[in-house]
Design a protein around this ligand. Sequence first.
Ligand code: COA
Length: 165
Amino acid sequence: MRSDVTLRQLDEDLLRDLLDVAVAEADPHEVMPPVAGPAGWTAERRTAFLRFHQSRSLSADPVEATYVIVVGDAVVGAARLCPLEGAKRAVEAGVWIGRSYRGSGVGGAVLSHLLTLACADGFDSLFLSTTPDNTASQRLLSALGVDVVHEGDAVTAWVDLIAAR
Ligand SMILES: CC(C)(COP(=O)(O)OP(=O)(O)OC[C@H]1O[C@@H](n2cnc3c(N)ncnc32)[C@H](O)[C@@H]1OP(=O)(O)O)[C@@H](O)C(=O)NCCC(=O)NCCS
């Protein structure tokens, strides 16, 4: 596994760096919920990206923890852990990485860090989901050695963190 990949808790300064990476290296639909309007990184989408993270992770009452992915000294993407409502001590993980860093083992290292963080935070299980066309994500799920469920447009997996402790 790559040893040059670290996660840093998001703050306002890192959020500006993260927006720069998202604009230069990712499509909006890969990194944020849909925003109406013309395609691409419009001013509205850039503002929505900042507000999305500020409201979810940087508010007084955050609903998820967001981490900036750093390779060496470079910010290259984001990862998140979002506690699942209604599921006791379960957390959902999500990741996006900038184009020029994809396919070089960063995703695998990030997932390993997220599993460690979720364990340390006291969660008992971790949920992952992707789509049938996302081969890289599915390979990450398969590598975990857990059951991967294909159902309609969703590919999902649960990781038992109690067993992993
Ligand atoms: C999905 C994503 C997080 C994976 O991270 P990554 O750093 O590219 O993945 P890795 O380099 O660690 O590779 C993981 C596995 O996928 C494979 N892989 C990577 N890119 C691939 C591609 N384009 N096509 C097929 N397989 C690919 C790797 O060979 C590896 O498989 P292996 O371990 O069996 O050899 C990253 O590609 C990404 O951010 N994509 C855009 C946003 C996204 O799809 N996020 C996830 C939403 S569920």
